[in-house]
Design a protein around this ligand. Structure first.
Ligand code: TMP
Length: 212
């Protein structure tokens, strides 16, 4: 790039959904498709993708689960703040598109609708951690929690969130659907009970409209 030219800012695309909804596989496929089109793209996950974030992920997923909802929220927010500062903002500023496997909506869905923290508290923490960074597009992989949990059991990737009662996961799902309805122009709800290829085509169609 010649000196003095600022590249157009990259787009932030977030994948959200309950456990076992297929976000991680979809993130990988979308990253591959964008790369195939010679678009600069970086894929990250929450919590994680920085050394601090990965350590926080280990703490949260450890057997002695964090047993306080506010402490849990703040751990997710610390990981998020580090990820935004170290990877997401620099990438967007350099014109790289960022695919993020979970972001602020996860905290609203899990820590507010799921755990019961006031939504205003979670939103304040989200704003603090991200500097009010808002995704250009959020793809919500929606499916009944029982289906997602059965998939997680089948592939043996259970975390302590998976062990929470089904009504916790039902509240998380309801939270996501509320968020999607509140900002319909920036969210796309995808039926994640479909075969993966159909999910991928729905997601790709929505993403192309944003990165074109
Ligand atoms: P995952 O990598 O399978 O998505 O696991 C992350 C778990 O952490 C998942 O159960 C959702 C949960 N989570 C929250 O509760 N709040 C958050 O803000 C984030 C990012 C994840």
């Amino acid at each position: 790039m010649s000196e003095g030219k600022t590249p157009p800012r990259g787009r932030l695309i977030v994948l959200e959904g309950g456990d076992g909804s297929g976000k991680s596989r979809l993130t990988r496929e979308l990253e591959r498709r964008l790369s195939d089109q010679r678009l600069a793209v970086e894929a990250v996950r929450e919590p994680g993708s920085t050394p601090l974030g990965e350590r926080i992920r280990e703490i949260i997923n450890s057997e002695s689960a964090v047993d306080d909802a506010l402490a849990e929220l703040l751990l997710f927010e610390a990981a998020r703040a580090h990820l935004v500062a170290r990877l997401i903002e620099p990438a967007l500023a350099a014109g790289t598109h960022v695919l993020c496997d979970r972001f602020t909506a996860s905290s609203v869905a899990y820590q507010s609708y799921g755990r019961g923290l006031p939504r205003a508290v979670v939103e304040r923490a989200n704003t603090l951690a991200t500097g009010a960074l808002t995704p250009d597009l959020t793809l919500l992989l929606d499916l009944p929690p029982a289906v997602g949990l059965a998939r997680r059991h089948a592939d043996g990737r259970l975390s302590h969130f998976d062990a929470l009662p089904l009504d916790f996961h039902e509240r998380v799902r309801a939270g996501y659907l509320d968020l999607a309805a509140e900002s319909a122009e920036r969210w796309r709800v995808i039926d994640a009970t479909q075969p993966f290829e159909a999910v991928l085509e729905d997601a790709w169609g929505a993403l192309r409209a944003v990165v074109a």
